[in-house]
Design a protein around this ligand. Structure first.
Ligand code: SAM
Ligand code: SF4
Length: 330
């Protein structure tokens, strides 16, 4: 197996796979009001097609796969798919990002199927605010899903919080205080502009430094090294905490120089940068009978075209036009 590197000498070993663009929530930062256009069934890769592409990627040097969506748990048969995926040679880490709505039912199955790492999105501890952010009244189910994930053995349970000024920034401390009583990782993520209204994002963006300053008013934060991760989070703990705080700052401290990932969308497009609309179509090749070598070449081309960095802070930045976040998967 070769080590995959791009032209900026970054090792690429991580594939994020969006298995559906459908979702049972409609978060204000991810999905346009009124919903995003949904892919038809025939446009979405079948599980067989996903397995084939992932198998080729694993032979080339990818070793970590994260399933995402839309909401991955709304796709029927997801646990069986995970079971088959987990058995593929070369796969060292299989993880999932979910909104948690269906986790109470599925956590045990998913754990049994070989998923060991799980990230659950939860931006508020208040039911009414949850309804405002996600446009669905599902707070209680998500909270029960989080506890079920812990009960069946996911360790750590990671909770993703997108921080938005005037919406949930007043809850940063309360959310972080969960780490005093629960062994969770609470990960604060800077709000990103992906196919959303510029003014709206600018108005609600909160920087990682501001979040850290707020957290430091409670008790000194100690930065710790947490190895067991695929991503760009910086980790901190409060004294006596049983959990950990993560900070993910794609906007203020961009981590492009160490970016190790590419993405596969539900409709079979390889996307080498979250913020770039450059995509390569792998679905049409697989459906026209491409060989494994042919598919490997498309993966290589995608990695070769991976942009050096995003420029979302610059005035020249033009937000991604083609897809809302729900159709990329984060
Ligand atoms: N439905 C699943 C979920 O919500 O966890 C998986 C897909 S979701 C697109 C993946 C992650 O992207 C979530 O943690 C979500 O909070 C995050 N996300 C979505 N839109 C975002 C934005 N505009 N800025 C920052 N994070 C965002
Ligand atoms: Fe759905 Fe996740 Fe996007 Fe929310 S963040 S709309 S749960 S895909």
């Amino acid at each position: 197996m070769t080590l995959l590197t791009d032209r900026y000498k970054r090792s690429i070993d991580y594939l994020r796979v969006s298995i559906t663009d459908h979702c049972n929530l409609h978060c204000i930062y991810c999905m346009p009001l009124g919903g995003a256009p949904k892919l038809e069934h025939k446009e979405i890769l079948s599980y067989e097609e996903f397995l084939r592409i992932i198998q080729v990627a694993l032979k080339m040097g990818i070793s970590k796969v994260r399933l995402t969506g839309g909401e991955p748990l709304v796709r029927r048969g997801v646990s069986d798919f995970c079971r088959r995926l987990a058995k593929l040679p070369g796969l060292k880490s299989l993880s999932l990002t979910t909104n948690g709505v269906l986790l109470e039912e599925l956590a045990s199955e998913l754990h049994g199927a070989g998923i060991r790492r799980i990230n659950i999105s939860l931006d508020t501890l208040q039911r009414q605010k949850f309804l405002r952010i996600t446009r669905r009244d599902e707070f209680d189910r998500v909270w029960r899903g989080i506890q079920e994930a812990e009960r069946v053995g996911f360790d750590p349970v990671k909770i993703n919080v997108v921080v938005m000024r005037g919406i949930n920034d007043d809850e940063v401390l309360e959310l972080a205080r969960l780490t005093l009583n629960y062994p969770y990782h609470i990960r604060f993520i800077e709000f990103m502009k992906i196919n959303s209204d510029d003014d709206w994002v600018d108005q609600h963006y909160v920087s990682a430094d501001e979040i850290l300053a707020k957290l430091s008013t409670v008790a000194p934060l100690e930065q710790v090294v947490y190895q067991n991760t695929n991503g760009p989070a910086r980790h901190f703990v409060w004294p006596d905490a049983v959990g950990m705080i993560g900070i993910i700052s794609p906007i203020s401290h961009h981590f492009c120089p160490t970016c190790n990932r590419i993405r596969l969308t539900a409709d079979g497009k390889l996307r080498s940068c979250l913020f770039s609309d450059q995509e390569l179509d792998i679905k049409s090749h697989i459906r026209q009978g491409a060989t494994d070598a042919g598919l490997a070449q498309i993966l290589k081309d995608s990695i070769a075209n991976k942009p050096e960095k995003h420029s979302i802070q610059s005035d020249l930045f033009r937000k991604c036009q083609s897809r809302p976040m729900v159709a990329i998967g984060g």
